[in-house]
Ligand binder design. Sequence first.
Ligand SMILES: Nc1nc2c(ncn2[C@@H]2O[C@H](COP(=O)(O)OP(=O)(O)OP(=O)(O)O)[C@@H](O)[C@H]2O)c(=O)[nH]1
Ligand SMILES: [Mg+2]
Length: 311
Amino acid sequence: MNNTMNIEEFLAESPEKQGYRCGFIAIVGRPNVGKSTLMNHLIGQKVSITSKKAQTTRHKVTGIYTDDTAQFIFVDTPGFQTEHRNALNERLNLNVTETMGGVDAIVFVIEAMRFTEADRRVMRLLPKHLPVLLVINKIDQAKAQNKAALDEFVGQVRAEFEFAGVEVVSAKHGLGIANLLHALKPFLPESAPLYPEDMVTDKSSRFLATEIVREKLFRYLGEELPYAMNVEMEQFKEENGMYRIYIAVLVERENQKPIVIGKGGEKLKKISTEARLDMEKLFGCKVFLKVWVKVKSGWADDVRFLRELGL
Ligand SMILES: Nc1nc2c(ncn2[C@@H]2O[C@H](COP(=O)(O)OP(=O)(O)OP(=O)(O)O)[C@@H](O)[C@H]2O)c(=O)[nH]1
Ligand SMILES: [Mg+2]
């Protein structure tokens, strides 16, 4: 394809390419199986944040991969919560079930050699009328190296649900990604692309900026991370070719503030420096970033407040 041509022009000029496909694919699974890592590798750019901690993804994030024959619109969803029940988790789960209702196919992600009750509960929610591809992730791990045991594991999971197919991948190492795209393509309806070919996400720079800060909080606070914590964009301005971004970190109690700030402000400084560098890379311009901590109590159970956050 000529580089200056967009896909619509390309299709218009090439009647033999009329079989172009485009559609939506939801990525679902229990927390921490690697859904966001997988989506980032599928689209070749980091638009969804990832971490060792469960429940990293709170908003669904769209990632778009376009080639000459198809456009795949992936929707990365929050890990489906079957344990802690509160307003936040109820909304996150609702988000996942709603997403599954509006797609052409589903990728159900599990970890190699580890199929838990939590996985099973998510599996039971999978719609029967849509193609569901079983994706076994983390095959790079030592426990997945025994081929016979892995085959047996796959066989056991397949026996529990009518999957349209199965793919084994290592999202982290980019293994099996091309095969996965190939397996998904037939599930997409014939359609012209819905998004411009150079678009990788439908999320705004504002949204991506708050997500980046959240990822650094997850990274640097580790186990100390207050469960009820969120980030809020206070200001986002473009000025002389650079972005000025002000972001507040919301915690529930005054005594959680020092956890985020650290001794002598050290942690918060590290978090904002790393976030600023990631933003500069993603946005391709200089960024001035100010991050601070605010107390907003009871927010995890305040559904109205969650709506304001767009959850
Ligand atoms: N070894 C290994 N680790 C992986 C792989 N894919 C993801 N991980 C790790 O698994 C952890 C969770 O990854 P995420 O992509 O954040 O998982 P998620 O399913 O999106 O998690 P939630 O958003 O919390 O539901 C991170 O520490 C990843 O680095 C993989 O293929 N191999
Ligand atoms: Mg995630």
